[in-house]
Design a binder for this molecule. Structure first.
Ligand SMILES: [Zn+2]
Length: 148
């Protein structure tokens, strides 16, 4: 990927992250991304933090050019020198409903479920688990202002 392509993809799809690697294995694209911003304590907002540990979390994202996409996201465990707390950084692009997919894919699941009404078809087309589809759609239907 040329720098200009990578930069634009990062800016549009993964704000706050930098793509460090990508590879196609059969029909799946694996993209490795790492945070590109300076870490800040989520408890006291101090920037006097040290990266205690780095972990990798796998998130399923929307397809790219027809390829299933798996993001390998670096998550930092931060220790704050100001307040002494340790915490794991949140992934801003992840669904907020406890499923290992991106917020963008979550929108697609909801749209697809509304269009087809089929968990089976949706999970197959978007390459995610049946239970993930069901969970996402159930949450959507339970939203306070949702009108059927
Ligand atoms: Zn702190």
């Amino acid at each position: 990927m040329t720098p200009i392509v990578a930069e634009n993809i990062e800016k549009i799809f993964f704000p706050g992250y930098k793509i460090t690697n990508f590879q196609f294995i059969e029909k799946t694209c694996f993209l490795s991304i790492v945070p590109s911003y300076e870490p800040v304590c989520a408890k006291c907002a101090s920037n006097q933090v040290i990266v205690h540990q780095r972990r990798t979390v796998k998130l399923t994202d929307c397809k790219i050019f027809g390829y299933n996409t798996i993001l390998e996201v670096e998550v930092r465990v931060l220790r704050c020198k100001s307040c002494g707390k340790t915490h794991v950084e949140r992934i801003a692009i992840q669904s907020k409903h406890g499923v290992m997919i991106t917020a963008r894919l979550e929108e697609e699941v909801i749209q697809e479920m509304e269009d087809t009404g089929s968990i089976k078809a949706t999970s197959k087309r978007l390459n995610i688990g049946w239970d993930t589809c069901k969970k996402v759609h159930k949450r959507y239907l339970q939203r306070p202002y949702h009108l059927t």
